[in-house]
Design a protein around this ligand. Structure first.
Ligand SMILES: Nc1ncnc2c1ncn2[C@@H]1O[C@H](COP(=O)(O)OP(=O)(O)OP(=O)(O)O)[C@@H](O)[C@H]1O
Length: 295
């Protein structure tokens, strides 16, 4: 078994808002970090809700640790640490009180580890959570999630609103966590520079639909943007174009094999591409291949 998490054709429609998650499929291997990227309202939290069974999917299959989770599956829940972007805990508690409650929830709760995180993250154990800053609250949520020894961490916008130093500290924690080969992380974030630093895979979702999953290696070594003049663009083989976007004086073209493109189109400029640029090209750009070949 090589995947800690598998989604196959997961769909969910909210009748009230008419939003539909449509056939979302991806696999998260053991030992890996997957970034989950999409615009506001794309369906990331809904997908995470389906994974955690807090939202009932309409169809599709989700396997965690090789099995589908049932409502009563507390053992499987023990193995998952979850951090949301909002309030994770009652704010009138202290970290010490919180630890007592968590010890009742989780068989594997490790108070020594929790105290170690409190010290490392400089979180006062006996101060009410409402007197913590936002960064401190997020660090506390991450400390709690890690202190019951999960194998899978799911973070939904957990680093949004944190300053770059705290974020960097959290990214180090995540990288440490996946040093264990049976640990993985699903990390939804709008801060794509963070994902570029730590993610092994990025899954893109747009308007409830999966766009693609790309490995970091592919992103760094194979995906690229060709800067074309109009005549160069018109001479391209449509099957080489994943997406394109018109700029003022050029057309940016997303390609997935930059070395082959460099050989084939010798006079075009080819640049490396960021996660943000891939997303913008995929979502806001045109798709010649689809237009040319879909009837
Ligand atoms: N319980 C619900 N009932 C009806 N509609 C819902 C419900 N939960 C979410 N939605 C809708 O589903 C869509 C997707 O929301 P979701 O929170 O999954 O997006 P997201 O990608 O996590 O966005 P963000 O980046 O802003 O957090 C939105 O249009 C939202 O209004």
């Amino acid at each position: 078994m090589e995947n800690i998490l598998e989604l196959q054709q997961v769909s969910k429609t909210f009748s009230k808002s008419k939003f539909s998650l449509e056939n979302v499929s991806f696999n998260l291997p053991y030992g890996a970090i997957m970034g989950f990227v999409g615009e506001n309202g794309a369906g990331k939290t809904t997908t995470i809700g389906c994974i955690l069974n807090t939202i009932k999917k309409d169809s599709g299959k989700i396997k965690l640790f090789g099995q589908e989770m049932s409502d009563a599956d507390t053992d499987m829940r023990e193995k998952i640490g979850v951090v949301y972007d909002g309030d994770n805990f009652p704010t009138y508690w202290t970290a010490t009180q919180l630890a007592k409650v968590m010890a009742g929830f989780y068989k594997q709760w490790d108070n020594i580890l929790f105290l170690k995180y409190l010290e490392e993250y400089k979180l006062p154990a006996n101060q009410k959570i409402k007197q913590y800053s936002r960064g401190m609250t997020m660090k506390l949520a991450i400390a709690v999630a890690l202190s019951h020894h999960p194998q899978l961490l799911i973070l939904d916008e957990a680093t949004g609103g944190l300053d770059p130093i705290v974020r960097d500290e959290m990214l180090d924690t995540f990288l440490d966590f996946v040093q264990e080969e049976n640990h993985s992380i699903l990390l939804s974030s709008h801060i794509t520079s963070d994902l570029e630093k730590v993610a092994d895979y990025i899954t893109f979702i747009h308007n409830g639909k999966m766009i693609m999953t790309v490995s970091k290696n592919d992103l760094v070594y194979n995906y690229a943007v060709m800067r074309c003049k109009e005549n160069q663009f018109l001479a391209l083989d449509p099957t080489d174009i994943i997406a394109y976007r018109k700029r003022d004086f050029q057309i940016d073209v997303l390609v997935s094999d930059c070395k082959a493109m460099q050989r084939k189109y010798k006079d075009t400029v080819i640049d490396h591409i960021s996660v943000d640029d891939i997303f913008l090209l995929l979502v806001r750009g045109g798709n010649v291949y689809e237009r040319a070949f879909q009837k």
